[in-house]
Write a protein that binds this ligand. Structure first.
Ligand code: BGC
Length: 766
């Protein structure tokens, strides 16, 4: 297509104008910040590097004290955990009216899966494989948070995680680096706007309904040994760069404004003191231009790691290139002496202070420190109707139908259904962990949603969430729902059997309390609690068809359940509209379409388990003894990455390749037909994987390279087409260089990582 010359000239001139004005605004910003910094004392500069918490959320050993006084002295750069426009305005006024240089504060918050309106936990959201949806939820959260006066969110959390014992798997996007990277980008776009609007923001400042994002926890936090939070991490650089680093890098490439370092060590050096990570990788290799903060008291915790005393760990962190010290205040306590004694160069402090001020400039806070604080907008945005609708859409799309024998689901509204379990009437657990400023009292329980849907329902609690007193003691007061029922466990069970006997189908809603996942909430066994399993076993004996609806924050071991229960629906903790979404799916008003993003192991002994593993020198072969396998469990998970059923079925054709050779500069087209072979409309997530058969280093047996969601009516067929270029097949070799290597590749397409069609092609680099 030929464009008229005038159009081309107009376009070029528009690009040039944008570039010139962006440059001019950068120069303006630089000059403003330089002038300001010329007036600042060393202590005031260290103040910008001090990030404190005011509020109830304490996730570490220290609580910030005397914050008001420190703000007044210009010794605080930002605060977090403060909510409501009134409270935020009060602190901002203090910073602007009562300090020498009137530098406004940053206001951060853990907006993890929604702010006031809560969306499904991030692991659930990732099971939607819907990047547009994920971006919209982040965008809605940004609009709600910014209307409250917040300007910085500690999200996205993009730690690749392959150990479901680790409680924080609920906050991330599962085990795959490619999907994790796509989601990281979508979330940054949602919070901050896309790249082009971010460019504009350099000139016009961050839009009022956007915030600065903070990618965390850099790096490798999800690889804590034994799935125990804060534990040691140790991994090769090949694994690190191919499997764990990509999502952080993707967020950086998407323009994320800040990075949070992790609690763990990398190559023996805590991330927060790791100059290689912060300076060589983040700043030099990835060209990250924003600011870097620590996690909660991570500087102080390096004393426990055993790398120095208070002054030493402060020195290590500053010299590594950290810009803000979260809660620990050691930069403030030792910074002046460290500079005076020459242990920390003044230039290091200047660079850190400048980066924090740049963020404030970008937010437009120097022009108007109160620009985000607006009571009217707050009222308008908070839990607005569109956000609640989005919350329901997200909940529906994140749920995964793990099993559905004999069409037990959807339920027939004309038949009698017994709803059993301690989660049926529960609201508190629905929001999950890290539910920020969400109010559980506003969440819809399954029972509330049922009352408007069907008259034909019975209820029995069936059991307490757990009868394990030691566990209850550990979890309370985190979870009031754990207080035991006045009725004895036997009386609860008897009631459940009684209602089950009166019903045509039994729906048991069981799972973990929300406090069993999230930070510092790891488990060594990840099955249902004994009393819940006993209830299920007793229900099974009634001979009625049983549906198990799960609420939990991680993959669970479901060996007995999957062998004995007719249908299993994984709903995670799906947020404010959980109840409505679950009931819509149960009664077939919505068709499940979620697909797992973390493997469900058969038992904890299989962990870590992930689809993109290596082949080993002795891959599994059932006839051969000396193979990589267990004697008492299969190698395969119970439910694989990518698995998820629908109320309809999909039939895949054969893979068609545009060529069996791919060369630099070329694109290989991979297509396949998908037919809805069932009787209701449905949505399928078609997944594309490749395997590099021979490499200079060993390569995974499968790697996700693309996915598409297709909506199909009964009997409808669509051709799904993917494009692969050599760039998609690059990997980090043993010199940590991103390379293509010529050779044979397998390509797989299917509806789950373990159910695929395959074909072969050759990558030629000549
Ligand atoms: C968590 C972070 C969180 C921070 C601030 C820490 O304990 O690891 O994810 O952003 O607290 O609340």
């Amino acid at each position: 297509m030929k464009l008229p010359i005038v159009t081309v000239l107009v376009a070029i001139s528009a690009i040039l104008t944008t570039l010139i004005s962006a440059q001019a605004s950068e120069q303006e910003a630089d000059k403003f910040i330089t002038d300001l910094m010329n007036k600042m004392t060393l202590e005031e500069k260290l103040g910008q590097m001090n990030l404190l918490s005011i509020g109830s959320d304490v996730t570490g050993p220290i609580v910030s004290e005397g914050v008001d006084e420190k703000i007044r002295k210009g010794l605080v750069g930002g605060v977090f955990n403060t909510l409501t426009p009134q409270a935020i305005r009060k602190l901002q006024e203090m910073a602007v009216n009562e300090t020498r240089l009137k530098i406004p504060l940053l206001f951060g918050y853990d907006v993890i899966h929604g702010h006031r309106t809560i969306f499904p936990i991030n692991l659930g959201m990732s099971c939607s494989w819907d990047l547009d949806l994920i971006e919209r939820t982040a965008s809605a959260a940004a609009a709600e948070a910014s209307a409250e006066g917040l300007n910085w969110v500690f999200s996205p959390m993009v730690d690749t995680a392959r150990d479901p014992r680790w409680g924080r798997v609920m906050e991330g996007s599962g085990e795959d680096p490619y999907l994790g990277s796509e989601i990281a980008k979508a979330m940054v776009r949602g919070y901050q706007g896309d790249k082009s609007s971010q460019e504009k923001q350099r000139k016009d400042h961050v839009a009022l309904d956007k915030v600065l994002a903070c990618v965390k926890h850099c790096a490798l936090y999800g690889a804590a040994e034994a799935g125990r939070d804060y534990n040691t991490v140790d991994m090769s650089q090949v694994r690190m760069f191919n499997e764990y680093m990509p999502p952080y890098k993707a967020a950086v490439d998407a323009g994320v404004a800040s990075v949070m370092t992790s609690f763990n060590e990398i190559n023996g050096v805590p991330a927060t003191a790791n100059k290689w990570l912060v300076d060589d990788v983040l700043r030099k290799k990835w060209e990250f231009k924003g600011f870097i903060c620590t996690d909660y008291t991570a500087v102080n915790e390096m004393i426990n790691h055993g790398v120095g005393d208070e002054a030493k760990v402060a020195e290590l962190a500053i010299n590594a290139g950290i810009d803000q010290d979260m809660v620990g205040e050691l930069f403030l306590k030792y910074g002046v002496d460290l500079v005076k004694s020459g242990r920390v160069p003044q230039a290091q402090i200047d660079a850190a202070c400048r980066r924090v001020l740049e963020a404030k400039y970008r937010l437009g806070l120097f022009e108007n420190p109160y620009r985000f604080i607006d009571d009217e907008r707050w009222k308008e945005q908070t839990m607005s109707a569109d956000k609640l609708t989005l919350s329901k859409e997200a909940a529906i799309k994140s749920m995964v139908l793990l099993k559905n024998d004999n069409h037990t689901l959807p339920l027939n509204p004309k038949k009698k259904v017994a709803f059993v379990g301690p989660f049926v009437k529960d609201q508190r657990n629905l929001l999950g962990s890290w539910c920020a400023a969400g109010e559980w009292q506003k969440a819809t329980s399954v029972w509330q949603a049922l009352e408007t849907k069907s008259q034909n329902i019975l209820y029995a609690k069936g059991c307490n969430i757990t009868d394990d007193d030691a566990l209850i003691k550990r979890l309370n007061p985190d979870n009031a729902m754990l207080s035991k029922d006045e009725k004895s466990p036997q009386a609860l069970l008897d009631e459940a059997i009684q209602v089950a006997n009166q019903a045509d189908t039994v729906v048991a809603i069981l799972g973990e309390p929300f406090g069993m996942s999230g930070e510092a909430s790891c488990r060594s066994e990840i099955g249902l609690f004994e009393n819940q399993l006993n209830l299920l076993k007793a229900l099974k004996k009634t001979g009625k068809p049983i549906v198990l609806v799960l609420m939990n924050g991680r993959p669970l071991t479901l060996k007995w359940e999957s062998a004995n229960i007719d249908s299993i629906l994984e709903t995670w903790f799906s947020g404010t509209k959980s109840g409505d979404a679950i009931v819509d799916i149960l009664f077939g008003d919505a068709n499940p379409s979620g697909k797992l993003t973390m493997s469900f192991p058969v038992n904890t002994g299989q962990i870590p388990i992930y689809y993109n593993a290596k082949n080993t020198g002795r891959p599994y072969n059932e006839k051969d003894k000396y193979r990589s396998k267990y004697l008492d469990a299969p190698n395969a998970p119970l439910y694989a990455f990518g698995h998820g059923l629908s109320y309809t079925t999909f039939e895949y054709g054969y893979i068609k390749l545009s060529s069996n050779i791919l060369k630099p500069g070329e694109t290989l087209t991979v297509s396949i037909t998908v037919r809805n072979s069932g009787s209701v409309p449905g949505v399928e997530t078609v997944q594309l994987y490749t395997r590099d058969l021979v490499g200079s280093i060993t390569r995974p047996v499968k790697e996700l390279k693309g996915f598409q969601k297709v909506a199909l009516n009964p009997d409808e067929t669509k051709t799904v087409t993917f494009k692969l270029t050599p760039a998609d097949l690059k990997f980090y070799n043993s010199d940590i260089k991103l390379v293509n290597e010529a050779g044979e590749y397998q390509v797989f397409v299917g509806g789950s990582s373990d159910k695929v069609k395959d074909a072969k092609f050759t990558l030629r680099m000549d």
